[in-house]
Structure formats: structure tokens, C-alpha cells
Design a protein around this ligand. Structure first.
Ligand code: 13P
Length: 364
């Protein structure tokens, strides 16, 4: 990955960390391996203000290139990336539930099988050491032995991964586990799964590439996947490649006179009608999905699912359902032959625009 992409990835992941509730303010930090060193967040710079050239480049020998000082935690980022050649990303956050446990110097035991997402049968908590110190770095490395995460006593969480995406996924899983554990503790220490049971979980996860976007070439235990190419019979005859708009354009209606089955003449917005017609075509396109979905990350990070941007309401098809008579009239314009076969009589004109508009208003 280019340095530019890594810098962008660092900023996006930091913003995502805060948006997902995993972190707040500038209390976390993030680094990614580069040749001979790392790119790391600058200290104390709000993520929303961070630009590519704010990210600090630091060689493993401590040389820094950049206009800011690196994160105060550069020592543990550097030491982890030097020692753990199996990972590229070091993510640190003060997520609430992990930190809650860490204030009690408690790690997360095998109370739930998902604890194995950190690579072992528990997630350790290191003893306390002051932030930014070599002592903290040494203790963190110790707690991370054979693990991809650990809690830091009276401090927070460290997560390791090979990509930003997996780091976020793992951090959110672990924060969720911490939350569950804190809740479970309200009724007493829950029983722990045995080492044997956890070993089975770890093996099962390894075999299945569980919870991560699996590299299908490496994963053996996968159901047989159908070809992503749909069967010929499923291919729609029309060309559906243009995705339907989510809503019809209700401006500048071009009107066309249409005779309806009730022998009425109405004016329809032929441009809007075109948009509506596109919807069923798109549905036909989606029916070409194979019955068995090609493997997708089963456990996409919540953060990925989290964005709360509301999809615009699919107004057009719903209008069709809510106002069958009106839309039938509009649709009739598509079938001039049938419509022309009906006796003609004149009635008042109604623009399709106002029909759809009023239907939309009613839905609100
Ligand atoms: P920085 O802003 O220096 O990265 O510090 C935040 C932090 O989490 C210290 O542990």
C-alpha cells in the first residue's frame, strides 16, 4: 500500500473509531507499518482536523519526518511493530468497557467463546505503567504474547491486526465482549470455558477464517459456493445495468395525454414514469443473485454496518403500492395499444407529479 493510502487509512480509521463510540477525543492512536518504520497519528490532534501530511513518519531508529510530534505512545507502537512481524496495524483506544475492566486490572477471561478473536483463551490486562513510557511498552508486549489484543491497566486497549479493517473489527468485538463481561459480572463471575473448549474454538476459527473476510484459498472449511455467475434462465431479458434511482424526479414534468381503462384522459409525467419503470427492472437484476451467496465477511465490523446515513426512502415503488389507481393510470401509458382499445371520454387532468407528491406526503 502506498504511504498516501496508509495516511488516508489512518485518518479514516481514527474518525471511524470515534464515530463508532470506540474512542473519544484524541485519547487513542493508530499506526501502520511501512518499510523500516511506521506511519503514526500525531499527538493530540483532533481526528477531524487531521490531513494526510499531519500523519507522522517514524523510522524504527526513532527518526521522525513530519510537522508534528508522533503520538506519545510511539514507543509501544514501534516496539510492537518491531517484535510482531505478523501484524501491520497497532490500534490503541480508551474504549469504555475495556477500560472499565482495566481500571480493576482485570482482563477478559474465557467467559465467552469470542474471546478467541484475540488469538488465545483470554485477553490479558497488563499492570499499570505511566502512558508514553518504555515501561508501559514492555508491559504491553508481555501482555500481548501470543495474542492480538490486551488491556492496559488503568488505561485502555491495544489491538493488533494486519489491516485497518480487521483492527476495527477486532477492537469492536473485544469492546463488546468487555461490555458483556461487565454485565455478566453483575450477577457474579460467570463460569469460564475450559482450555480444551477454547482450543477447539481457536481451531474452529482458524479452519473457518471465522469472523474475518476469509482468504478463500486458505480456508478449507467452507460450504461449496455456487458460481457467482447466475444461471442463464435467471438472466433478465432487458438491460438492467443502470441502477434505479431511489426516488422519481418530480420536477419539470413532461406531460403526455393518456386514455385510461376508465375512459379517462389524464396527463402523466413521462419522465417520472420512466424512473418508476426502472425499479422493477432493477428488482429483476437483483433476482440474478445465486441462491448461495458468495462468501462475504460474515462479521463485518459493526463500525462498517454502523454508518447511520439513512438510505433515501424508495419512494417510487411505494407510491405504486399506495396509490394503485393513479399509478395504474400512469403505467397504462406504457401500453398504448391496450389503452387505446378503451372508449374515450374527457375528464379533468391530473399531473403525475401531484399524484406522487400527495402520496409521498401521506407517507410522512
Ligand atoms: P496521543 O494523543 O499522544 O496519541 O495520546 C493519546 C493516548 O491515548 C495516550 O495513551
Amino acid at each position: 500500500m502506498s504511504h498516501k493510502k496508509i495516511r488516508q487509512g489512518i485518518i479514516e480509521t481514527c474518525i471511524e473509531m470515534n464515530k463508532s463510540g470506540l474512542n473519544q477525543g484524541t485519547s487513542g492512536n493508530l499506526s501502520h507499518r511501512i518499510e523500516g518504520g511506521m506511519l503514526i497519528t500525531p499527538t493530540s490532534l483532533p481526528y477531524e482536523r487531521m490531513r494526510n501530511d499531519d500523519v507522522v513518519e517514524m523510522a524504527f531508529d526513532g527518526t521522525v519526518i513530519g510537522k508534528h510530534r508522533p503520538s506519545s505512545e510511539w514507543r509501544f507502537h514501534r516496539d510492537i511493530l518491531l517484535k510482531r512481524t505478523d501484524v501491520n496495524v497497532v490500534l490503541h483506544t480508551h474504549s469504555v468497557y475495556c477500560t472499565t475492566l482495566a481500571t480493576h486490572e482485570r482482563g477478559i477471561p474465557s467467559f465467552h467463546y469470542m474471546v478467541a478473536v484475540a488469538g488465545g483463551s483470554d485477553i490479558r490486562c497488563s499492570p499499570y505503567a505511566c502512558f508514553g513510557t518504555q515501561e508501559l511498552s514492555n508491559l504491553a508486549l508481555e501482555a500481548l504474547k501470543d495474542r492480538t489484543a490486551c488491556l492496559l491497566g488503568h488505561h485502555g486497549l491495544i489491538v493488533l491486526a494486519d489491516t485497518f479493517e480487521k483492527a476495527m473489527w477486532r477492537a469492536i468485538e473485544i469492546e463488546t465482549l468487555a461490555k458483556m463481561y461487565v454485565h455478566a459480572l453483575a450477577i457474579g463471575e460467570p463460569p469460564h470455558l475450559s482450555e480444551k473448549e477454547m482450543a477447539q474454538v481457536i481451531e474452529q476459527m482458524r479452519r473457518m477464517g471465522y469472523g474475518q473476510a476469509p482468504d478463500l484459498d486458505k480456508v478449507k472449511d467452507t460450504p461449496k459456493l455456487m458460481s457467482a455467475k447466475p444461471a442463464v434462465s435467471e438472466v433478465p431479458k432487458s438491460k438492467p445495468e443502470k441502477p434505479a434511482r431511489q426516488y422519481p424526479k418530480l420536477v419539470k414534468a413532461k406531460t403526455t395525454s393518456v386514455q385510461t381503462t376508465k375512459a379517462q384522459t389524464i396527463k402523466v409525467d413521462t419522465s417520472a414514469q420512466g424512473k418508476i419503470a426502472a425499479k422493477p427492472a432493477a428488482k429483476a437484476a437483483s433476482s440474478t443473485k445465486p441462491a448461495v451467496k458468495p462468501a462475504t465477511p460474515k462479521r463485518a465490523p459493526k463500525a462498517a454496518a454502523a454508518p447511520k446515513t439513512k438510505a433515501p426512502k424508495a419512494a417510487a415503488p411505494k407510491v405504486t403500492a399506495k396509490k394503485p389507481a393513479a399509478v395504474k393510470k400512469a403505467t397504462a401509458a406504457k401500453k398504448p395499444a391496450a389503452a387505446q382499445g378503451t372508449p374515450a371520454a374527457s375528464v379533468s387532468s391530473t399531473s403525475f407529479k401531484s399524484l406522487v407528491g400527495s402520496a409521498l406526503n401521506r407517507r410522512k
